[in-house]
Design a protein around this ligand. Structure first.
Ligand SMILES: *Cc1c(COP(=O)(O)O)cnc(C)c1O
Length: 356
């Protein structure tokens, strides 16, 4: 095996998914497994499906196409509003898409008619985090027009919080969503199959609620991969927090001073790092850098290894105990940003462990 590499333990992914599916099921809430951070990896999607998710969500139609072509059997949901120039692919590969614009819905209807398909939509509602969403006062009008569109079926409504401004999906917000769902059902005499309350940041609300109202779905990505909720990044007891790790390799190992010599200006990334004098240190270079991963999202497994800095292609670490040797591997735990970037870097090998 080469480095840098991401190791994704699919047994732990399955465990985390199943734990969440079982826990949410007790409250009448289904899980949509979100695969975008894994770029729609068919192995990851299959692990989630084996663990009982009701559907697979991804924000990129390319990822959904990848899973479709790998013959993954699931209901595929595009959880970002369609890009107009890719609308034919949306209808071809996704069963459902999330939407907020009437114009896009009309184009989806046209594309669905041309392809002889029925496309389902979930309308996303703005509840204060100011990313995607129809303003609640405009919802009735859009629903009414959506219901008239040929080859389009309204599957439900949803909201997304905590992504841009960290707005908490609390009881108050979820009660608003429940109220909107009830109003629509009454006004248009219909049953909304999906009322999707949010993402991994909704878990604290869910764990603490006796009554989840009309909300019957959550879309979970980070909690499945990293075993935490996402408001405080607290680990969830019962979940693995180490399903994913990143492995890099030592390419230089020397004893060097801890303080640079010479007059200093900006570094390669425009900042002016500070330093403190710790005498000479075990100074190692790893063959990984910012073109591979968001280095600020990494923590070494070993307490004795400290990240001192990074540039495009190098990471510098200090090893407090013994000197590392060339070829030694160093393992890191990743946060969401590190996982996202490492998954997306073509230089990082992806290794799936414990496939079934
Ligand atoms: C990414 C995403 C999710 C999943 O969020 P996690 O924090 O990874 O659980 C849910 N919904 C939407 C709309 C998303 O874009």
């Amino acid at each position: 095996m080469t480095t840098p590499r991401l190791e994704i333990d699919l047994k732990k992914v399955r465990h985390n998914t199943k734990w969440l599916v079982d826990c949410l099921e007790l409250k009448g809430v289904s899980v949509m497994g979100v695969t975008k951070v894994a770029l729609g990896s068919p192995d990851v999607a299959r692990s989630m499906i084996n663990a009982g998710v009701g559907s697979i969500g991804d924000s990129r139609i390319e990822n959904i196409q990848r899973m479709h072509e790998a013959d993954v059997q699931a209901q595929f949901i595009l959880i970002r509003s369609p890009i107009i120039s890719k609308i034919d692919d949306v209808v071809a590969f996704a069963n459902v898409s999330f939407n907020t614009e009437l114009e896009t819905l009309q184009l989806l209807s046209k594309a669905s008619q041309a392809q002889g398909k029925m496309h389902q939509v979930v309308l996303m509602i703005e509840l204060g985090d100011l990313r995607e969403g129809i303003l609640p006062e405009n919802l009735g009008a859009i629903v009414s027009q959506t219901l008239d569109l040929p080859n389009i079926r309204l599957l439900g409504i949803g909201t997304n919080l905590a992504c841009l401004w960290g707005v908490r999906p609390d009881t108050e917000k979820m009660t608003v969503l429940t109220g909107l769902a009830k109003n629509l059902e009454l006004k248009f005499d219909l049953k909304l199959e999906m009322v999707s309350g949010g993402n991994s940041a909704n878990l604290p609300w869910l764990f603490g609620s006796e009554d989840t109202g009309e909300i019957n779905n959550l879309r979970l990505g980070e909690s499945i991969f990293l075993g935490c909720e996402t408001l405080n990044r607290d680990p969830i007891e019962g979940l693995h927090v180490d399903a994913v790790s990143l492995v890099a390799e030592v390419i230089e190992s020397k004893v060097k001073p801890s303080v640079p010599t010479g007059d200093t200006g900006q570094n390669a990334f425009g900042s002016h790092p500070g330093f403190s004098d710790g005498g000479v240190i075990n100074h190692s270079l790893l063959g990984i850098g910012r073109q591979d991963v968001l280095v600020s999202g990494l923590v070494a497994d070993s307490d004795s290894i400290e990240i001192l800095g990074s540039s495009s292609d190098h990471m510098v670490v200090a090893s407090k105990n013994e000197r590392l040797r060339i070829g030694d591997e160093v393992t890191f735990q990743v946060d969401y940003g590190a996982l996202l970037t490492a998954m997306t870097s073509p230089f990082v090998e992806k290794v799936y462990l414990n496939k079934v």
